[in-house]
Design a protein around this ligand. Structure first.
Ligand code: AHG
Ligand code: MN
Ligand code: MN
Length: 332
């Protein structure tokens, strides 16, 4: 006999993101619901972008806009659209007083000076993959502001350091769309069910393997890496590890998180500080990585220990299964 709640003809849908967020909020006596609302605002913008990505080839959303962003990179139409979608969602949501986006040089003031959170965001990660139907993503990081509520936010609100993140997450627009986030405790993944318009808890309490056999880097740059990194990669090849590199950080990160692997973006002569941005790429993923049992480092320190001095700064990064990261570091 099947019970009516677990009958195979009517399996439960599972826990929606909204329900999960509310349950977490109730678990904290002093939670006011603002962070919950902010996470829901991000999820809503993610749904809208997901819709636009899925239709991009049909409604002329592929290709560049003929301008460059603050990083000197060619902006794609979807970079700009995703930036606008998040900016609007966070402004209208009312819980955020300022935003730092990869696509904008200056702080974006939302006008909500009574809000207590700021957000750093890479609205669309992996832009070179947009036009070729390959996975792309969004990465976000949330801080509680340090400037007084009611005043205009400043750079200080964003330059607090990785350990001060209140929450961090990403959305991967892949073979399915998944939102993964942590508020500093467990890491949880919610797969999007487009027919319901809901993210459903699919990956509770994600823990990454302690070791792995996948290495991910842009192999075309490998001759430019420092000798210890080249030696480590030579060893990976000798052991016949698996080389996997999508070129969308979110997608490479997510795969390695689930399967066990190491992601490398070392310094090169062209990018002596590496390529990836600290505030809205490395800090949030490092925060998630550490909560899921991984390590995220430069050759000298943990990513989360880096003291930031500018909002668009870059950092080299080695991130993934702790045994692989330790092995790499032992070569320096
Ligand atoms: P973005 O599209 O947000 O500018 O990020 C691109 C980043 C990252 O997603 C990816 O892992 C990396 O650039 C790829 O760089 P290379 O092409 O140099 O390998
Ligand atoms: Mn990016
Ligand atoms: Mn981007």
């Amino acid at each position: 006999m099947h019970s009516r709640t677990s009958h195979p003809l009517a399996l439960p849908v599972g826990t929606t993101l909204d329900r999960y967020i509310m349950n977490r909020q109730y678990a904290f006596a002093y939670a006011t619901g603002e962070l919950s609302q902010l996470l829901r605002d991000i999820a809503l913008a993610g749904k809208i972008i997901n819709r636009e990505i899925n239709r991009a080839g049909l409604i002329d959303l592929t290709g560049g806009i003929g301008a460059q962003n603050v990083q000197g990179e060619n902006q794609q139409k979807l970079d700009v659209i995703a930036d606008i979608r998040f900016e609007r969602a966070l402004k209208n949501g009312g819980e955020v007083c300022a935003i730092i986006s990869e696509e904008e040089e200056e702080i974006i003031f939302t006008g909500n000076n009574h809000a207590k959170y700021v957000v750093a965001i890479d609205p669309l990660d992996g832009s070179s993959n947009i036009d070729v139907n390959v996975s792309i993503g969004t990465i976000f990081s949330i801080y509680r502001r340090v400037t007084p509520i009611g005043t205009e936010p400043t750079m200080d609100d964003f330059l607090q350091g990785g350990h001060e993140q209140v929450a961090a997450g990403y959305i991967l627009y892949g073979s399915s769309t998944i939102l993964v986030y942590t508020t500093g405790h467990s890491v949880n993944g919610f797969t999007y069910d487009a027919s319901l318009g809901e993210f459903i808890l699919s990956h509770p309490d994600l823990q990454s393997p302690a070791d792995g056999t996948i290495y991910s880097c842009n192999d075309g740059n490998a001759d430019l890496y420092e000798e210890p990194v080249r030696a480590y990669l030579a060893d990976c090849r000798k052991k016949q590890y698996t080389g996997r590199y999508i070129g969308s950080l979110v997608a490479d990160f997510h795969r390695n998180l689930l399967k066990g692997g190491i992601y490398l973006y070392p310094p090169t002569p062209k990018n002596p500080e590496g390529k990836l941005r600290l505030l809205y790429e490395c800090y949030p993923l490092a925060f998630i990585a550490e909560r899921a049992g991984c390590r995220a480092v430069t050759r000298t320190e943990s990513i989360l220990d880096i003291k930031p001095d500018s909002v668009h700064q870059r950092t080299p990064i080695f991130m993934g299964a702790p045994k692989m990261v330790d092995d790499l570091l032992s070569r320096f």
